[in-house]
Design a protein around this ligand. Sequence first.
Ligand code: FA5
Length: 340
Amino acid sequence: MKNKLDTIKETFKNDFANADNLNKVKKLEIQYLGKKSELYLFSRSIGSIKDIEEKKIIGKEINILKTEIKNLLKEKSIQYDKQDIKNSIKHDFDITYPVFPKNNGSIHPVKMIQQQLETIFTGMGFSIVNGPEMETDYYNFQALNIPEHHPARDTQDTFWLDNDMLLRTQTSNCQVRAMEKFGAPLKIIAPGKCFRYESMDASHETSFYQMEGLLIDRNISIRHLIGTMKVLLKEIFERDVDIRLRPGYFPFVEPGFELDIKCLICGGKGCKTCKNSGYLELLPCGMVHPNVFKMSKIDPDLYNGFAFGLGLTRLAMMKFNIHDIRYFNSGDLRFLKQFR
Ligand code: FA5
């Protein structure tokens, strides 16, 4: 009996010395302590020993050997465990590696267009400015040559606030603020959110994006304006698009134009997006009115310039073939996920 234990001890010693990784240590655990191990079977067999004293001694020696094996294996497995972690840090774990969460978001389509336009315009030397969404009557209307009770106010139904301020109806407020702050000459764009108290349909939202543009210098003409608009549309659509220029009335420009784009949803045939007209109103623009310059302390005899107010959300509709403006603010992930 004693010999048996010595043999087990001896083979374990050899096997243990050869167990040079965690896997091998785990296998030894089963081999030497498991239900089918020699030691276990041996411990079950000592029941047949008649001599009680002898049985006690052998039983004790079995337990001592079991504990010894258990402790040695435990110690070694901890050691390899630590080693494995260290190795994985060394080989697989890079602290500088970017973490991409499983459900990472995507850039909103309007923002995509905005960023594209910012690249185009900064490339032409324009600076990007912004202004408040909660605005005073002065910056949203009066400084743009739209005094109180002027009929032009009716074209921009306004959300008035309790504090006598309003939610800006147009990004043109940024023109005025930029002129006051920087004077002339000036080349700016101002993308941002606008709000109008309108009933919603396929091409009208109560909250939508515009991008204002303003260029002031000496000897600026309508040709500069049209040239800039053409570059902008060509860059965005990556091809020539059909446009139409009509006279447009905005008190802050003279002359004023409506630059419409042939509807890219229906190809000009007429649909609910373009209200069956074949064209979509996209880019009102014009030469800055002398009164606007005067109010912002710029001399209209020295300087002139052009301004435009691009409908950014509508441009995104044309670019991505989206037939209804209401998708943009719907928060519908099925819609947003298409722009990854
Ligand atoms: C203006 O807001 C002028 N500030 C634009 C301007 C700037 C003219 C500088 C001249 C010089 P208008 O109200 O037309 O103009 O709006 C400009 C564009 O915003 C429209 O062509 C359209 O594309 C977009 N837009 C207007 N209302 C809505 C709406 N409810 N939903 C979505 N887009 C709209």
